[in-house]
Ligand binder design. Structure first.
Ligand code: ADP
Ligand code: MG
Length: 627
């Protein structure tokens, strides 16, 4: 990047992030701890200003010195923020011309600190600017900053002022839902000029926003034109409420079991614990809870996902009601057309119940391919790249540039959608297990033209769990790949006998430049012959192993019923195939595929008689077995 960089910033109520978009595509910039999430927390004490994770972590120890959620105060008067004040740990008072000010106790002997919300936000922005500068190794002076769709002129102006105080020019303020849509490349499609309608559901720490957008591809500086058709939400509803509900449950149970309520000073600790439990339940079915109450004993229980879900159902219901209202008010504009996508934003949309309910409400599988914490910042950086005249890092697709598939036994890739298939595309393949009583199945999704997984690009993996134990080869796994018009790939797995399902979403071309696509394709040509052989060998090994297992089991039971010459030749065939499989497993070049193929065929032929005997025995067994 030669010209001046423009960074993208998501200035959030709970967390803020900075991202950059170049030829590699959009990406967030992590801080020293490796996380791109910078808590929007600023501590003013001992003459220094501490921003981010440290300030958040120690907020309970310094409640009156730490400013959290300052975004709620931006551009508003004291009267307007009245309802927020009980939730803020620091003092807020009236400033000049109806603005508000934060008052923090000064260091001993010094006067109180009185700060405008813009100054506090500037501290967060400065921190993000420094992160970007040390990452890029050069000065950064310009940024695209996101704001909620409902921010009025005063709130936008305050955001611009905060940027200026931080030494950044806010070249554009972009509504958060628009940024989220941009991160997915929605509205950027080259050929297709029809407008897209998108719902953006954003559930953060303390706020909920729903927006319905129309994106119309356009000419000129901006590749699209967007309209907000409806906004709605609740500025006092978010993940924090879920934490409080869980903490309340703990408190009630502690009271019931010990007869004493937990001390008020333990409230913050309980809430932090509740948040950890909540986050665990997004990934796991249960979360263990253990609180040492000192002399009162130990409070111990396991919270299940089902219990958590019933606890937060009223919260989720409230968000869904708002979604329905927003949909209704966009009704005339939508004119009966269905939505094209529902995008999930905000850390709280990791909660599986939220994903389910949003999917049902909009009758769409919601977009989850991008990290919901990062979507807004990524989108801001895409807008920044467009404004700085950088080539957009994202690929414009009308066809799928590289094949997509899943890894099979032995490390080969079974292609499900071939390259150059036009989007949208859908394909289904059937698979089964290779081991008896397999109750979980790992699906790893790959992209590329090579035959072996190790030579392809790994896009992600997910697990299908809870399958009933069945012999190898019996489960019927239906794997569906769906690439929609925006290039988002959804992979879903269904085990047909048990009805178990699992799925994931990715953006296959995220972080790939057109040059890389060309190189990957070129490599497949170079290695074509060798790759084909290797794929054939691993498939032969997998199938031979299944045969050897099946025939071996029957041989052990029924070989006595075979005429000795047949028994000996069958045994010889097994030994020979076993030997070849062992050699091929150790080194795939060690065996010619035809040799392995012939050995497998010979075994199949030699085992015909054994199979007949075994079928006859199983028929006898099923009719003659005593009651
Ligand atoms: P904001 O936009 O308000 O700054 P975020 O989008 O960063 O907020 O969301 C923060 C919220 O997301 C917090 O309540 C946090 O507990 C919640 N959260 C983060 N990760 C998870 C998770 N894996 N499961 C459930 N909630 C989560
Ligand atoms: Mg946010």
């Amino acid at each position: 990047m030669s010209h001046e960089p423009i960074i993208g910033i998501d200035l959030g109520t709970t967390n803020s992030l900075v991202a950059i978009c170049d030829a590699q595509g959009p990406r967030t910039i992590p801080d020293r701890s490796g996380s791109p999430l910078v808590p929007s927390a600023v501590r003013y004490a001992q003459g220094t200003t501490v921003v981010g994770a440290d300030a958040r972590r120690d907020a309970t120890a310094h409640p009156r010195h730490t400013v959290l959620s300052v975004k709620r105060l931006m551009g508003r008067s004291l009267a307007e923020v009245g309802a927020d004040l009980p939730f803020l740990s620091y003092a807020v008072e009236a400033g000049p011309r109806g603005t508000c000010r934060v008052r923090l106790p000064g260091d001993p002997g010094a006067a109180d600190l009185v700060l405008s919300p813009e100054e506090v936000s500037a501290a967060v922005l400065r921190h993000l600017k420094l992160l970007a500068e040390s990452h890029l190794g050069r000065e950064v002076r310009k940024a695209v900053i996101t704001v909620p769709a409902y921010f009025d002129d005063a709130q936008r102006q305050a955001t611009r002022t905060a940027a200026r105080l931080a030494g950044l020019e806010a070249v554009r303020l972009v509504p958060e839902p628009t940024a989220a849509a941009l991160a997915y490349g929605l509205g950027l499609s080259s050929a297709d000029r029809t407008p897209r309608h998108v719902a953006v559901y954003d559930l953060g720490g303390g706020t909920f926003d729903i927006s319905i957008l129309r994106l119309t591809p356009a000419e000129g500086e901006d590749p699209f034109f967007f309209q907000v058709l409806a906004v709605g939400g609740d500025t006092r509803l978010g993940g924090d409420d879920a934490d409080h509900l869980v903490a309340d449950l703990f408190r009630r149970e502690i009271l019931a079991r010990t007869g004493a309520a937990p001390a008020p000073e333990s409230t913050q600790g309980l809430i932090s614990l509740a948040e950890q439990v909540k986050i665990r339940l997004s990934e796991h079915e249960t979360a263990p809870v253990r609180i040492d109450l000192g002399p009162a004993g130990v409070y111990e229980r396991t919270l299940t996902r089902a219990e958590f879900e019933s606890l937060i159902t009223p919260l989720v219901d409230r968000t869904i009601d708002r979604c329905r209202i927003a949909l209704a008010s966009a009704e005339t504009e939508l004119a009966g057309k269905p939505l094209d996508a529902a995008v999930l934003v905000g850390g709280s949309t990791r909660i599986p119940l939220v994903r389910r309910r949003v999917g049902e409400c909009f009758n769409l599988e919601p977009y989850t391919a991008l990290d919901p914490d990062q979507v807004v910042a990524l989108g801001a950086s895409v807008q920044a790249a467009v404004l700085s005249g950088d080539r957009r890092g994202t690929l414009l697709l009308d066809v799928i540039p590289l094949s997509l598939g899943v890894e099979t036994v032995g490390g080969a890739v079974a292609k499900v959608i071939m390259r150059n298939t036009p989007v949208p595309a859908r394909a289904t393949e059937m698979f089964s297990t290779s081991v008896d009583n397999q109750t979980a199945f790992r699906l790893t999704v790959f992209q590329g033209e090579r035959e072996m997984a190790a030579d392809c690009r790994r896009l992600g993996e997910f697990h299908l769990r809870g399958l009933p134990p069945m012999p190898a080869g019996i489960p019927q796994l239906e794997i569906t790949f769906l690439v929609d018009a925006n290039g988002v790939l959804g992979v879903s797995a269904l085990e047909r006998r048990s009805g178990r399902r699992a799925s994931m979403q990715v953006i296959p071309n995220h972080g790939l430049t057109p040059e890389e696509v060309d190189r990957i394709e070129q490599e497949s040509v170079t290695h074509a012959r060798e790759d084909m052989t290797r794929h054939r060998i691993v498939d032969l090994i997998a199938n031979s192993n299944l045969d050897l297992k099946w025939i071996g089991e029957r041989f052990d039971r029924f070989s006595g019923e075979l005429p000795p010459p047949e028994r000996d030749s069958l045994s010889a065939c097994m030994t020979r195939l076993r030997g070849l499989v062992a050699r091929a497993t150790a080194d795939w070049k060690g065996v010619a595929p035809d040799e392995l193929h012939q050995a497998k065929e010979s075994l199949d032929r030699a085992s015909v008689r054994l199979q007949e005997i075994s079928i006859a025995a199983s028929l006898r067994g099923s009719t003659a077995r005593p009651g």
